[in-house]
Design a protein around this ligand. Structure first.
Ligand code: ADP
Length: 593
């Protein structure tokens, strides 16, 4: 059995199924304990030619064998088959429901968690929570209940029968049981720690595998397959050692149980044989007593299994609880209201920002204003804070009160959902889903028509490219489909953002992988279709942002200058240097060409 904040509620929710399962289990246990009595009757019947039934001596003949032994035995077997089937369906069915519920809650919380969580917790570890740990918890739930009650019922029923037959023999048999329970508890605690270590080792292994598969191109390009293999082997070995350590403890527990069974058999055969010799017991009764004891072996074994299983289940449930209890860092402030009809005016007021785990301010005293409908270019050296700045507009991280305003409202006073609904974003990492091109483009818009998808694709200058694919817009992308080039990926991503027709569009270095001719077409389309809507474009190529209404030039987390390209070229030495350097590089490139 496994208990914890996140699982207790299911015992109550599925009580009806669990009770049916328990009733079936109790019936099976009761029927099972009728069998030793039949052994006794057969042995005594064979020895004496007659059997004592309800205080009356009955001759042991063919009729007796058929009516009092075979028929009841067949009925018991049949009823036990039905009972076993029923409890399995009830307990395992409940466990699957619990697993489904917890998995849904895990996914729901995963989706609420902020970006920061995913920077700390790697995908591999998260996946092992959804697979390995959840399986363990579910197994522990179903088999845990079954084993606990089965062991309890069988132990109580058979020990009662044994006590009734001979209390001293029963007490003597219980001495090794007490010793076993004490040692099993100690070993169980040790096993829980070992299981935790094992799961951690497995998480590291899945993190590593996941990263290796994702970064396979880099590994191959740098011919680092052997190094990766060595690192994998090391982690795999750690995993193996952790497994062996856990298994050693589990085996120790099993050996203890076996030792218990054997020592009790010794006691029963020794003292029980003595009782038969003294005439207190007859042979049939000794066999009956052994039959009841055989029924106790399973509960005792179950105790060891239960301790092993609960220790694994608890460790896994703790890890799952870590995810279920994790709180998102970025949430609506109390009293935040939805921002209706976003216009697209953005203002930073003396905003300084440091990443949650950062050691210095990545943005320092940033102040600027973007009017609704403006086209703004954001430029500056790599690492100067451009992506961070747009991430803040999208409220990916928290900002201090009174530092960032959209349409004149402090972003902390409006709901995150409404703010993000007003924005469309083309991130630097143009992530595409393993779906068709059309589905990727229409991602943000439910019930988008094919005409709308085609229109967005045309604006992102993707139209002719899509025609080249065999299945056009229905071409599947990703692992099961085709691989698209970096430029095509960027344009699908742009089309996806344009479909949303949001009042604020943010493009983070989104045309870096397309040629200058395509870039010109896309920029012209943006200018034409986004009149009256705010567009922020981060770019490295000056040609990309030269024509924008306004440029923000950043240097080391500060806004160093604001103005048009011409104005900045005149007034800002840093900007002028960057432009001149790019011109030189282009001329150098042209000379070489
Ligand atoms: P840019 O987009 O101009 O290249 P970024 O905004 O991506 O620059 O990064 C600005 C600085 O913030 C860099 O020094 C970078 O290392 C740091 N940084 C970026 N993301 C994080 C993060 N999640 N945690 C801590 N520091 C970060």
């Amino acid at each position: 059995m496994i208990f914890g904040k996140h699982i207790n509620r299911y015992y109550l929710r599925y009580l009806h199924m669990l009770l049916i399962g328990l009733a079936a289990l109790a019936a099976v246990d009761y029927l099972q304990l009728l069998v030793p009595k039949l052994y006794q009757m057969v042995i005594n019947g064979v020895n004496n030619g007659e059997v004592l039934v309800d205080g009356v001596m009955v001759p042991f003949d063919m009729d007796f064998l058929l009516d009092r032994i075979c028929m009841p035995m067949l009925t018991i077997i049949l009823a036990m088959i039905i009972g076993r089937f029923l409890w399995r369906v009830m307990f395992l069915g409940t466990a699957f429901k619990v697993e489904e519920n917890i998995r849904n809650r895990m996914f729901d919380n995963s989706r609420r968690l902020s970006q920061n969580y995913y920077q700390v917790h790697k995908v591999g570890s998260l996946m092992s929570l959804y697979t390995n740990d959840l399986d363990t918890v579910s197994e522990c739930f179903a088999w845990g209940i079954m084993m606990f009650f089965d062991a309890l019922l069988l132990a109580v029923m058979s020990l009662t029968k044994m006590f009734r037959m001979n209390w001293l023999l029963t007490l003597l048999s219980l001495i090794p049981t007490a010793l076993l329970l004490v040692s099993a508890t100690i070993v169980g605690r040790y096993m829980m720690k070992k299981w935790d270590v094992r799961q951690e080792a497995f998480s590291r292994l899945s993190d590593f595998s996941q990263e290796s598969f994702s970064g396979i191109a880099v590994i191959k390009a740098f011919v680092k397959e052997a190094k990766e293999l060595m690192a994998f082997r090391k982690l795999n070995e750690e995993n193996e050692v952790a497994n062996v350590e856990h298994t050693k403890a589990a085996v120790l527990l099993r050996v203890l149980v076996m030792a218990f069974v054997e020592s009790v058999v010794c006691i029963i055969l020794g003292y029980g044989g003595y009782l038969v010799w003294k005439g207190v017991f007859n042979a049939g009764q000794l066999v009956e007593f052994i039959g009841y004891f055989t029924a106790v072996i399973w509960p005792v074994m179950a105790v060891s299994e239960l301790i092993d299983m609960s220790s694994r289940g608890k460790a896994s449930l703790n890890r799952i609880s870590g995810l279920l209890d994790a709180e998102p860092d970025v949430v609506d402030a109390p009293g935040a209201v939805p921002l209706e009809q976003v216009r697209g005016e953005i203002e930073f007021r003396d905003l300084s920002f440091r990443y949650p785990d950062g050691e210095y301010d990545v943005l320092q005293h940033v102040s600027f204003r973007i009017e609704a409908g403006e086209n703004v270019g954001l430029v500056g050296k790599t690492g100067c804070g451009k992506t961070t700045l747009v991430d803040l507009i999208l409220r990916t991280y928290n900002v201090p009160d009174g530092t960032l305003f959209v349409d004149g409202h402090d972003v902390n006073s409006i709901t995150i959902h409404s703010l993000r609904e007003g924005c469309a974003y083309v991130p630097q990492d143009n992530y595409l889903f393993s779906e068709t091109i059309a589905e990727n483009i229409a991602f943000a818009v439910d019930d988008a028509t094919r005409a709308e998808v085609e229109e967005a694709a045309t604006l992102a200058d993707l139209y002719s490219n899509v025609q080249e694919f065999h299945q056009g817009y229905d071409t599947l992308l990703g692992e099961r489909g085709v691989t698209v080039s970096g430029g095509q990926k960027q344009r699908i991503s742009i089309a996806r953002a344009l479909m949303k027709k949001a009042p604020i569009l943010i493009l983070d270095d989104s045309v870096s992988a397309v040629d200058t001719q395509t870039e010109r077409v896309i920029l012209e389309n943006l200018r034409r279709t986004r009149k009256g809507k705010t567009t922020i474009l981060i770019a490295h190529r000056i040609s990309t942002i030269q024509q924008m209404d306004k440029l923000l030039y950043m240097e080391d987390g500060r806004i160093a200058a604001v103005g048009t390209h011409d104005a900045l070229y005149e007034s800002c030495p840093g900007y002028r240097k960057m432009v001149d350097l790019q011109k030189l590089e282009e001329e150098g490139g042209a000379d070489h060409a």
